[in-house]
Design a protein around this ligand. Structure first.
Ligand code: CTP
Length: 410
């Protein structure tokens, strides 16, 4: 998941470095957004080294990336630790004077604030009102611990330990304390990534699929109680603990792993971008250029053969059985023969799966490229569920809502 860790200007900023570690060790991609004041306590090199990304506090750097909008839009979760009284006030009133407050205004994902301040500030009517406003809007404001504060005084206002904030953050990511546990006891098989078809020991035919959507589906299914197996084609992203990973490279390997496991699962989701063709011959040694002066432009012709349609194959394997529920994905642009939905409906009929998640591609999206919009089609129904634009994680939750309905109907 893509987590933004905001850091406010308080002495407890050092604890956020430990929190950052917990997130990165869990396989999350973390962007740290400190305030200017936070850097007086813990400097930029610490955040950059621990997160692996540069940090900025204002909205005036890297303007072409539009960071004040993009970082918030792309986040699956925003956590601010420590949140000072000043930050609480700014968040409650929608001020946007620096990068972190801009992120808080543009984020549409769960937001968790971990306040830390002196007891008098925490108890002040202004702070109480700000916390109440934020909670009313759905923001999780963690109660501070009671204990030793910066000076000799003690009382409520201490930043909770990083482990406690981490736990609250993961609960928020999974949909909060009210997250439906509606996939408990269900076995879910998801293919993700993109297959690579080798040509020789150093070359392959591949595609640009990052595997992020499949990973988000795996994480959200696990959070809803499912036991998840991820058949991962050349996935370069870390997979959080608790999800079984079966690495594969080619379409044939992916077919083998998915087909042999499919019947033992309640749901199979084919998100992987499968190469439809592979080189007919694999050459054991590197294909070399010829150096014939008479024919300096000589180039080989590569013959391709069709790969199997794995999705259609598991539908055929299932036969008349009602399990597993089979979900396909399709990226469509729409063309002269039909709209995105027309093409999606035709593909759903052709593949025979239960649900088809149609992803509209090619739409000009200058901002928020990590956001996605999909239409979920159900076999035998004219109903369309539109999800997004939202993060891949939020869209995944909507997809699981539809799958859960489908499981109930099976
Ligand atoms: N798929 C598959 N095996 C293939 C190709 C695709 O199982 N050889 C699956 C994908 O994982 C996805 C769905 O089929 O769930 C649709 O993929 P897409 O590439 O859109 O389907 P194609 O049949 O290749 O459609 P097109 O006619 O657009 O090429």
């Amino acid at each position: 998941m893509r987590i933004v860790l905001g850091v406010g200007g308080g002495i407890a900023a050092y604890k956020a470095a430990l929190l950052l570690r917990l997130f990165t060790e869990g396989g999350h991609e973390v962007t740290v957004v400190p305030t200017e004041a936070a850097l007086k306590f813990v400097g930029a090199p610490t955040w950059e080294a621990l997160s692996g990304h540069p940090v900025q506090t204002d909205v005036w750097s890297n303007i072409t990336d539009v960071p004040h909008v993009r970082i918030g839009q792309e986040a699956d979760l925003v956590v601010v630790a420590p949140t000072t009284a000043d930050l609480l006030a700014k968040a409650a009133h929608g001020l946007a004077g620096d990068l972190l407050t801009n992120v808080l205004l543009t984020a549409r994902c769960p937001v968790v604030l971990a306040p830390a301040m002196h007891t008098e500030m925490w108890d002040h009517a202004a702070t109480r009102a700000n916390v109440a406003t934020l909670r009313e809007r759905g923001v999780t404001v963690i109660e501070p611990d009671s204990g030793r504060l910066t000076g000799a005084d003690t009382g409520p206002g201490r930043l909770p330990e990083p482990e406690a904030i981490h736990e609250a953050a993961l609960a928020a990511l999974a949909g909060g304390a009210d997250a439906p546990a509606d996939l408990t006891g269900r076995r879910v098989l998801i293919s993700t990534g993109g297959t690579r078809e080798p040509l020789d020991p150093v070359r392959y035919l591949g595609n640009r699929s990052s595997g992020k959507q499949g990973l988000a589906l795996a994480q959200t299914a696990a959070a809803r109680g499912a036991s998840v197996t991820l058949v991962a084609a050349n996935l370069e992203l870390p997979v959080p603990e608790g999800i079984e990973v079966v690495p594969v490279q080619t379409a044939l390997e992916l077919q083998e792993e998915v087909r042999s496991r499919s019947a033992a699962h309640d749901v199979v989701v084919m998100v992987a971008a499968v190469a439809d063709f592979r080189p007919a011959e694999y050459t054991d040694s590197k294909i070399k250029k010829t150096h014939d002066p008479a024919d300096p432009d000589a180039a080989p012709t590569i013959r391709l053969v069709r790969n199997p349609d794995i999705l259609a194959g598991i539908v055929a394997d299932r036969g008349s059985a009602s399990s597993p529920v089979i979900v396909g994905f399709a990226a469509e642009t729409g063309d002269a023969t039909g709209s995105v939905l027309d093409l999606g409906r035709a593909k759903l009929a052709r593949k025979g799966c239960d649900l088809l998640v149609v992803n509209e591609v090619g739409v000009d999206k200058t901002f928020g490229q990590d956001e996605t919009s999909v239409h979920v089609l159900t076999r035998g129904s004219d109903a369309v569920v539109d999800l997004g634009p939202a993060s891949k994680s939020q869209v995944s939750q909507g997809i699981w809502d539809v799958v859960v309905g489908s499981l109930a109907a099976h």
